[in-house]
Design a protein around this ligand. Structure first.
Ligand SMILES: C=C(O[C@@H]1C=C(C(=O)O)C=C[C@H]1O)C(=O)O
Length: 207
């Protein structure tokens, strides 16, 4: 029996663990590398997240205007008007119409989550009417209308990269930093759900 080639079980176990550890490190390293989306894809996601954030940031002004005027938070006719322009733009620009509509419906819901939270808060604190709130028709809606074509063109870019490797992870990693809804993430999740779904399933046409 040759003793020189016999290793104790404890030694073999340590070696095995070392090999597994190395394999694990290499495997994780490979996955992190493989999951990193292209520069273009990252910029596309960043841009879309910033625009979503910009749109949500208008919701408190909407809430103030409606607090003073007593208008209902829910304005279905206004939403329908935006959706009409979204459909027209989608047709012109070759953007998936259903995706664009779903995305905007979620932006409306997210905005309403913020508005309801604020009104609830103001009811509790018996907030008097605001001194000089921005005007809904004159100031706020035109601001939102300016964002619509920007969001549409960003959605068109997003469609192209949505299913690329690592895009979902990148979206998840950056959502919290780039989208601040002021209500702890509830509105953000609502606003971003169609984007997550587009990265999951094959329901977005690649252009
Ligand atoms: C922003 C408003 O409030 C709600 C949210 C909308 C939106 O996000 O564009 C549109 C209509 C309303 O249901 C508004 O009335 O303009």
């Amino acid at each position: 029996m040759g003793t020189s080639t016999t290793f104790s079980p404890a030694f073999l176990q340590i070696m095995l663990r070392a090999i597994l550890l190395v394999a694990l490190v290499l495997g994780v390293g490979y996955q992190v590398h493989a999951a990193e989306p292209s520069n273009d894809a990252r910029q596309t996601v960043d841009q879309l997240l910033r625009l979503v954030d910009e749109r949500l940031a208008i919701a408190p002004d909407v809430a103030k205007a409606k607090w003073n005027s007593g208008d209902p938070i829910d304005a279905p006719a206004r939403e329908a008007q935006i959706l009409d322009s979204v459909v027209a733009e989608a047709t012109r620009e070759g953007i998936d119409e259903a995706f664009a509509q779903t995305f905007f419906k979620h932006q409306f819901e997210a905005s309403k989550v913020i508005q309801h939270r604020l009104h609830e808060q103001w009811r509790q604190t018996e907030q008097p009417p605001f001194e000089s709130p921005p005007d809904l028709a004159e100031d706020i809606r035109p601001q939102l209308d300016q964002l619509t074509p920007q969001l549409m063109s960003s959605l068109r870019d997003f469609q192209v990269v949505a299913e690329s490797e690592g895009v979902r992870q990148y979206l998840e990693n950056n959502a919290e930093t780039l989208v601040d809804d002021g209500v702890g993430g509830v509105a953000r999740e609502e606003a971003l759900r169609p984007l997550y779904e587009a990265t999951d399933t094959a329901n977005v046409d690649k252009q």
